[in-house]
Design a protein around this ligand. Structure first.
Ligand code: BGP
Length: 488
């Protein structure tokens, strides 16, 4: 038996996002956000991400005219807005050192373009971070995690509109100035690459609002604006608060070739290049040449100002944060091959791997490969800010949840991570399990896809008591954080 331990400053933690847990969607001055327009669809096949996360103007009208929380799951979340003290206390008792969460932009600037912030919103987050500090927990703060004020969609053109960069900057600076004494680690935009896969839920882009434009061009322009905004925040922190660290955050879905046919290897390399482009821009400070060529070939024209390019260089990320759930295979000809999906990435089934109930293939070694690849590429500290298993848990009549499948998923991934720290010479700041309590799933808006260490009594129709129950995985994590990890 061999025991591996991490350094005492390693940030073992948990992660969540405001729109998936908070609720309180119209309380204390909060404005309506894009997440409040995503409909609860208990009966839809949750693997059908496109229809869930792509909505049209008509659907937004429906959402605005319906003030209920019943149909719109993220409006009630799991009531973290009111229950945060108790949730944090329970999680603190596992021994975590980090708590990643996000700020609802619409709680601070209800319309996005307001001149003054909503003080109640700022105070709410101040209370949350003070509560974390009480237990010596480092807050890891994401500024934008799949939400923005709806007004910026309706009266502007979301992230396609350059003015949103200024509004985001105002929002970010306000929050950083207010909370910098408590929060050292910042992430401007969650999974910045997700704008390509789900442009509405990630960046508020509604296709029918751009009738005379190539929507792909719109998406890429919005992506560029997000890079500029992100770099501005990094620079602002570096210029004003030397003790703060700002990371970029990407979705890491490992992509393998289906087999050793060189054509499939090439296909996998091309796919991985697209994945890397997002971290290249933020970690190296410039657009990779291949991406510029690719855009040109597609006749996509971006409005990139000269000063943007300088900014990207000046505002490179201090660390590379990423989510990791799964891997996929890819093939140049997919005819006859079983298709699979992992975190909204479509690929080909890998016969060596098992899959989750939602068809995400489970691949702990892929995490180790990701750590090696990312560190070799950037030589910057890495941070696993999301890793976890979505599953349908059962609450027993005596209030227990026996989620041994989640324990085994987490255990296997952590093992690979620890081996990588020990043997691969990578630099890793921390590891956060995706899932504090259960929460509303991002891609399917369902409650039944659960990730938490703590079960929340709430179903897919919005019924339940919101009571919390610790799962077996909660006690397992607590044990791991107290005694360290054992690797056979
Ligand atoms: C990541 C998102 C999270 C989250 C997680 C699990 O991509 O950053 O917000 O929810 O995936 O995804 P899902 O909830 O769709 O299963």
């Amino acid at each position: 038996m061999k025991y591996y331990h991490t350094n005492s400053d390693f940030l073992w933690g948990v992660a969540t996002a405001a729109n998936q847990v908070e609720g309180g969607w119209n309380e204390d001055g909060k404005g309506m956000s894009i997440a409040d327009c995503l409909r609860y669809r208990p009966n839809i096949d949750s693997k059908d991400y496109k229809s869930i996360n792509t909505i049209d103007s008509q659907e937004i009208k429906c959402a605005i005219s319906d003030p209920s929380t019943k149909n719109w799951a993220k409006r009630h979340g799991v009531n973290f807005y009111h229950n945060y003290r108790d949730d944090i206390k329970q999680l603190a008792e596992t021994g975590i050192k980090a708590f990643r969460f996000s700020i609802s932009w619409a709680r601070i600037f209800p319309n996005g373009d307001d001149l003054e912030p909503n003080q109640a919103g700022l105070d709410y987050y101040l209370n949350v971070v003070k509560e974390l500090k009480k237990y010596n927990i480092q807050p890891i703060m994401t500024l934008s995690h799949y939400e923005m004020p709806l007004n910026l969609v309706l009266n502007y053109d979301s992230w396609y509109d350059r003015r949103i960069v200024d509004y985001f900057e105002r929002f970010a600076k306000t929050v950083i100035d207010y909370l910098h004494d408590y929060v050292k680690y910042w992430i401007p935009i969650n999974e910045i690459d997700s704008i390509i896969r789900h442009p509405f839920s990630s960046a508020g882009l509604v296709e029918d609002r751009f009738p005379n434009q190539n929507f792909e061009n719109v998406i890429y322009q919005a992506m560029h604006n997000q890079f500029v905004a992100s770099a501005k925040i990094v620079k602002y922190c570096h210029d004003n608060y030397s003790d703060l660290q700002v990371g970029c955050m990407i979705t890491r879905t490992m992509v393998y070739p289906y087999n050793s046919d060189p054509k499939n290897v090439l296909k996998a390399t091309e796919t991985m290049r697209d994945v890397y482009a997002f971290s290249d821009i933020q970690a190296r400070g410039s657009y990779p040449k291949f991406l510029l060529k690719e855009l040109k070939n597609k006749n996509i024209k971006l409005n990139i100002k000269k000063e943007d390019l300088e900014l990207l260089k000046e505002g490179t990320a201090d660390f590379i944060a990423f989510s990791y759930y799964s891997s996929v295979c890819t093939a140049y000809d997919t005819k006859g091959l079983k298709v699979t999906k992992a975190n909204r990435t479509v690929g080909v089934y890998n016969k060596y791997l098992e899959e989750s109930q939602w068809g995400w293939q489970i691949d702990p070694v892929g995490l180790r490969l990701s750590l090696i690849d990312l560190y070799d590429r950037y030589q910057k500290p890495l941070f696993i800010v999301e890793n976890g298993l979505g599953a349908e848990d059962k609450l027993t009549c005596d209030g227990k949840v026996h989620d041994d499948y989640r324990i085994s998923y987490l255990n296997d991934h952590i093992k690979e991570m620890l081996i990588s720290i020990q043997d691969d010479g990578i630099e890793l700041m921390g590891y956060c399990i995706w899932g504090t309590t259960d929460m509303i799933s991002a891609s399917s808006n369902q409650m039944s896809k659960r990730y938490g260490l703590i079960y929340v009594d709430l179903d897919d129709n919005g019924n339940g008591s919101y009571r919390r129950f610790k799962k077996d995985s909660y006690y397992w994590y607590q044990n791991l954080l107290s005694y360290g990890s054992e690797i056979p």
